[in-house]
Design a protein around this ligand. Sequence first.
Ligand code: FES
Length: 227
Amino acid sequence: MQDGKVTILRFNPEVDSQPHYETYDFPFVQGMSVLDVVLYIYENIDGTLSFSYCCRNSHCGLCGAKINGKPGLMCRESAAREMVLEPLDNFTVIRDLMVDRQEYDKRKDSLRLFLERGEVPAKQPEKVDTEDQENFKVVSRCVECYNCVSICPVTRVKKHEFLGPAGLMQMARHAFDPRDELNRGVVARSSGILNCINCGKCNQVCPHKIEPAKNIKLLRSKYFGEV
Ligand code: FES
């Protein structure tokens, strides 16, 4: 067991006028996750530290934070002996590492995130071409951790003109579903999909390697004929 040091950006809007950094020692063990460190601090040093998590297995998407400057899932990233943890950018901080996800969730309400069918299929179970399903399967891996939204430079400056990659990946799940019958082009346009500059930063931070920028391009090609 060796000594580790973690510096965390703390902010409690009820008592702090400004965010500030605090440094904590922890027993560093090779292979421990960043979430293990945060839980250690919470359980042994400061029970007021706020953060979100649930599954501890990269599935719930709740434990996103900036780890040494890069967005990642705390349960998935290995701890380093020295680390700086900060809340995700582009979100309102509720407290410490906990950000307001609801604000973003509400913006997805208009996306009609369900399978749109005109009629019940004549034959059940319905046969779906596996090749058609490929893109659908990839975007379905999105766990809405919002790492991509936090690093998106367009979302940063045009928050209300571009929904950001995560919301568009949720829409893509249905747009790429061969059974879906809705033309989602209108919704895609009003979500600001044409404002994406295809910088690819979202691809670099997606824990499930979905490549949001590539899929945004596919959506634009599907609905607006872009190549
Ligand atoms: S705790 Fe669920 S994704 Fe990290």
